[in-house]
Write a new protein. Structure first.
Length: 249
């Protein structure tokens, strides 16, 4: 079972008046912003899975010297992991407090990441096909319209480039492990972190990506063993899963 505190609900502009963002999600994670880099806090799971996420991305696309966009970057855990491997990273989010924490942490890490507060669809309109890789991890289940985020990610990546997603499957097992187990039994996460109705089946995500010209290359599960407290990538996509997609040339 793997149930991290997910990234902030960043989003996209679905028209000139509506922002695809859940204000409740922004408020919830903004209240925790000061804990992003505390590895014993609610963000501990994100720190522990970060090497797996970065390795998954690097395995498929290579990271060094690539121009990468991290959508829903939160406090910068994934962004810094990518920058450590030599990528030119831009992180975007709508939670100002989290971005401030991310920027401050650069003074400690000495890394270079360009953090910006901007909706992903707005960035897609301004910088289409500008990135070699786009990542959107632990974030789709926190916005009103995940399909809109997927579309914006597809617009931002260059032809032949990679887009990576990770989210939670929707089924009874994922409810028991990601909600009941993580939030109420093991107390790994604050209660109310996840909204089961927003979980996304792999088939649903595949339909979203296919519609916008992203071909699915790999779907991989991520599991957590509460006895050994070890996270690993597996073939089990029942709860958490990562998807590697590639844009056609």
């Amino acid at each position: 079972m793997y149930c991290p505190v997910n990234h902030i609900g960043i989003s996209t502009v679905t028209d000139t008046h509506t922002i695809n963002v859940d204000d409740g999600e922004i408020a919830k994670f903004s209240a925790l912003a000061h804990k992003w880099w505390d590895k014993t806090s609610e963000f501990k799971p994100l720190h522990e899975i970060n090497p797996l996420r970065v390795g998954f991305i690097d395995q498929h696309s290579g990271i060094k010297d690539l121009k990468i966009l991290d959508v829903g970057c939160g406090g910068g855990i994934l962004s810094e992991g990518l920058a450590e491997r030599g990528a030119q990273v831009t992180g975007i989010d709508l939670a100002e407090k989290s971005l401030k924490v991310a920027k401050l942490h650069l003074f400690e890490s000495g890394l270079n990441v360009d953090y910006r507060k901007i909706p992903v669809e707005e960035l897609a309109a301004a910088e289409p096909e500008s990135y070699d890789v786009v990542t959107c991890m632990e974030m789709l289940e926190h916005v009103p319209s995940p399909a809109s985020v997927v579309e914006a990610c597809a617009r931002l990546v260059k032809p032949g480039g990679w887009v990576f997603f990770s989210t939670l499957n929707r089924n009874p097992k994922s409810y028991l492990l990601a909600v009941v187990g993580a939030e109420y039994v093991l107390n790994m996460l604050p209660r109310g972190t996840h909204d089961y109705d927003k979980f996304i089946k792999p088939s649903e995500l595949a339909r979203m990506t296919r519609t916008v010209g992203l071909d699915t290359v790999t779907v991989t599960g991520m599991t957590y063993n509460p006895l050994t407290q070890v996270y690993k990538l597996t073939d089990d996509t029942d709860v958490n899963y990562l998807v590697a997609t590639r844009k056609g040339q």
